[in-house]
Write a protein that binds this ligand. Structure first.
Ligand SMILES: [Zn+2]
Length: 307
């Protein structure tokens, strides 16, 4: 059943944990959000200009994680697994206070976020949720990477394929319908990296908080985590989770069939920019199909950038 109305958390939810890239402990408090507000991050460690809207236009870096930045240069990073948890639990609006720059990585997936969010009361709001429907296929190719979205009137379906030059990861493909499929194996899928890349990533000042507790590490022919994988397609499943989190940044619930080959945060962001500027999209709310005009769309995105 598709939701007609927007939702938010009924009471505050707190998470504390290490940032994957910064290695710093941070605390986030998820507070109820206003209707039509979407998700806004508030850097409580800063006094001024500390609001950052979760919107694709505010993505300033998409290397290894999604980083959002407001016009004053204030950032929040590794937002994708929390946003995926909001997407999956049906939360539209929230104010997320954070006392540092990076969202805790928890166990590298959305499992711990959802375990708590799903136990918390979710509040239905009065405004209608806004859906984005695509009228004609849109495709983006970036080198060997490809992503496309085709009309599908009922739900978001993701067909993802990755192809790694590594014996363990290899070629994995999965097709998930976010409306009708059981999402447990998507929710629990952890972020991953190749052992041989760790040194390079750390040299770039990233993954300082990375460990076998929050990532799957793959050597040439084995997985270094003692308990191995959580499910057979954990690698591609994590990519699907990332995509759901990054799609949340569109500001709408996207209805359509996504096909993605070798994608990642950067490709998804490039695609959202193309999608939201396309003439082949229709925004509407359920029940009366009252389409939101293009003018309103530009108002929404303007709000987003100014937040
Ligand atoms: Zn991820």
């Amino acid at each position: 059943m598709k939701e007609i109305y927007q939702k938010t958390v009924a009471k505050p939810i707190i998470f504390v944990g290490k940032g994957l890239h910064s290695g710093k402990i941070s605390k986030i408090t998820i507070l109820p959000g206003e209707e039509d507000q979407g998700v806004i991050f508030k850097r409580v460690d800063l006094k001024d200009n500390n609001l950052i809207k979760a919107n694709y236009k505010n993505v300033s870096s998409a290397v290894l994680c999604t980083t959002l930045e407001n016009k004053h240069g204030v950032k929040v990073s590794t937002v994708e697994h929390l946003l995926a948890a909001f997407y999956i639990s049906g939360i539209d609006n929230a104010l997320v206070e954070i006392n540092s720059q990076e969202i805790p990585i928890m166990d590298g997936s959305s499992k711990e976020f959802l375990k708590v969010i799903n136990k918390t009361k979710i509040k239905k709001q009065n405004s209608k949720r806004k859906y984005l429907r695509i009228l004609k296929k849109i495709k983006l190719i970036d080198g060997e990477r490809e992503i496309s979205l085709e009309p599908n009137k009922t739900s978001l379906e993701v067909d993802f394929q990755l192809d790694y030059n590594n014996k363990i990861i290899g070629n994995q493909r999965n097709i998930i319908n976010f409306q009708t499929d059981n999402l447990d194996e998507i929710i629990e899928a952890r972020t991953f990296c190749l052992f041989e890349d760790i040194e390079k990533i750390k040299k770039n000042g990233l993954a300082k908080g990375g460990s076998l507790d929050n990532a799957v590490v793959v050597a040439k022919d084995k997985i270094l985590n003692v308990n191995g994988l959580r499910n057979n397609k954990e690698f591609v499943n994590h990519k699907i989770l990332d995509l759901a989190g990054d799609f949340f940044l569109s500001g709408f619930r996207v209805e359509g069939s996504v096909k993605c080959y070798q994608g990642g945060h950067k490709l998804t962001n490039m695609f959202l920019r193309k999608l939201l500027s396309s003439n082949f999209i229709k925004l509407y709310s359920k029940n009366n199909e009252d389409a939101i005009s293009k003018k309103n769309l530009s108002n929404y995105t303007k709000l987003a950038v100014n937040a």
